[in-house]
Design a protein around this ligand. Structure first.
Ligand SMILES: C[S@@+](CC[C@H](N)C(=O)[O-])C[C@H]1O[C@@H](n2cnc3c(N)ncnc32)[C@H](O)[C@@H]1O
Length: 318
């Protein structure tokens, strides 16, 4: 907290994004770029049901209108929800004629597990002559397509919801880009035995707050304009799931947003800052930063990474 009573820039704060936004100096943020919880079952979103998730996003977007500078931007990176549980959806038979019927029952798996307490799913699969996915399905009912005991799943598009909440808050949709990451084979069990595609792209929705926006095309060089500045589709490999944080941005993603939409010394906010990647891009590009996160572990990680990046940037100036 600064002497003015508002949150001081160049720090990471722990707390709910909505409460912290209310403590920011009005009209101080040139760009807010973030990726919220996606409602896809990550560990930091297990408490959320869909109405609570929707309210979190709607209220967070609404809380931005006061803090974004006139002519500034709010940019949201979000994916569609590919396996959205819908109890009202009629059951898909998924009668796959090319698939062999697996006869192993849950009781057989439980009996094998009891007889061999140390066995993991791979050894149980070898013992019973089936795949480890069958073992998983029998033990956890985790067939994400919706199985015999779980609701069916469908796709829920998110960009339209975010657009509606942003326009209700007073923003205008200025631009949209598609981030093509690498195919998420590990998370794609939901598409096996179906006609569905694997998950390999996300949306970036860029909203504008009415006010004077200076368009400075000098921020990017000719090569950058040709390669990505004027391009709607951005190919940037994602960060593989790692022990630091479950869903890190690749640095190149916030780097492009910061370079394109802000000037030196502008304030860049990420109110779901996670491991701090947006703040790192801001430091690298000579901008000020602010980060919020509910999780104390994320705050610790982002604080450490930003302190290291800031120290490195000071060394470069010497
Ligand atoms: C998709 S991750 C962001 C990852 C980040 N872009 C990075 O590069 O590491 C979403 C983050 O939002 C945080 N979060 C969830 N609910 C929150 C809330 N109500 N307020 C602030 N942060 C929240 C989670 O702890 C998680 O770190």
């Amino acid at each position: 907290m600064s002497a003015s009573g508002y949150l001081a820039p160049n720090q990471i704060y722990q707390g709910d994004a909505r409460a912290l936004l209310a403590q920011l100096r009005p009209e101080s943020v040139s760009l807010s770029f973030w990726s919220p919880p996606y409602f896809v079952g990550k560990s930091y979103e297990t408490e959320l049901d869909f109405p609570t998730w929707s309210e979190l996003l709607r209220q967070t977007i609404d809380g931005h209108f006061v803090v974004i500078a006139p002519g500034g931007f709010l940019a949201v990176n979000i994916a569609d929800i590919l396996a959205f549980e819908d109890p009202d959806m009629p059951r898909i038979q998924a009668d796959n004629v090319s698939a062999k019927k697996v006869k192993i029952t849950r009781e057989q798996v439980l009996a094998a597990q009891q007889a061999n307490p140390g066995f993991d799913k791979y050894r149980l699969a070898a013992l019973l002559g089936c795949s480890e996915q069958t073992i998983d399905r029998r033990l956890k009912n985790n067939n994400v397509r919706g199985g015999k005991y779980t609701p069916q799943t469908r796709v829920q598009l998110t960009a339209g919801l975010v657009e509606q909440w942003a326009s209700e808050a007073g923003f205008y949709l200025y631009d949209r880009r598609i981030w093509v990451k690498d195919p998420c084979w590990e998370n794609s069990r939901w598409h096996s035995l179906s006609y569905r595609a694997v998950d390999e792209f996300e949306h970036i929705l860029i909203f504008w707050k009415p006010g004077i926006t200076v368009v400075n095309r000098e921020r990017l060089d000719a090569g950058e304009w040709a390669e990505w500045g004027s391009r709607a589709v951005w190919n940037i490999p994602s960060v593989r799931s790692n022990s630091d944080h479950e869903s890190q941005f690749p640095l190149e993603l916030p780097r492009r947003m910061v370079k394109l939409l802000t000037e030196a010394d502008d304030l860049v906010l990420d109110c779901f800052v996670g491991s701090g990647t947006t703040a790192l891009a801001a430091i690298e590009q000579g901008r000020q930063f602010l980060g919020f996160d509910l999780s104390p572990n994320s705050v610790k990680l982002a604080t450490r990474r930003t302190a290291e990046a800031f120290a490195a940037s000071q060394l470069l100036l010497l």
